[in-house]
Write a new protein. Structure first.
Length: 156
């Protein structure tokens, strides 16, 4: 008897489900992740910053990672606002729109962090939230035509 193999193939052009995190009040990264780590069985650690290369600036975004052992999911928190930038060259254009601070999601400057998991079907309910620091996580579909989509795929 022949054995059949079934594989789950995910289209390269499928949308990615992200979680949008908004903080109730501004707190430093270390304080937020201290509270997240104290509530959850998994622990977030700081990993190498996400780098977005613009024409005139390189932007760096803090990233944090944890592994949920029960569901075997890797969870990434990425800051929406760049923590710092490095100027590569000086603009000589009159109407240059590139400034020293950039948001990954330009239309959502109120979002503090973006959550991405290693699974295509994201379930953010595995993360216990500090109720006095964070609002509920909002699901967001990221289209493959977005610049951020390619950046996230690169860092995956």
């Amino acid at each position: 008897m022949k054995t059949q193999k079934f594989t789950l193939e995910i289209e390269e052009d499928d949308e990615i489900t992200l979680g949008l995190v908004r903080l109730i009040k501004e707190v430093p990264d270390y304080e937020l992740f201290y509270h997240l780590n104290s509530l959850n069985p998994f622990k977030f650690t700081r990993i190498k910053d996400l780098l977005f290369q613009g024409t005139y600036y390189d932007y760096y975004y803090p990233r944090f990672q944890a592994f949920h052992h029960d569901s075997k999911i890797c969870i990434h928190f990425i800051a929406n606002k760049s923590s710092y930038s490095v100027q590569k060259k000086i603009s000589t254009e009159l109407f240059n729109t590139e400034v020293d601070t950039k948001y990954l999601l330009d239309h959502f400057p109120d979002v503090n962090y973006i959550i991405k998991t290693s699974e295509p079907f994201d379930d953010f309910s595995v993360i216990l939230l500090p109720e006095n620091l964070m609002f509920q996580i909002q699901d967001f579909q990221l289209s493959p035509i977005e610049e951020l989509y390619q950046l996230i795929q690169y860092y995956e």
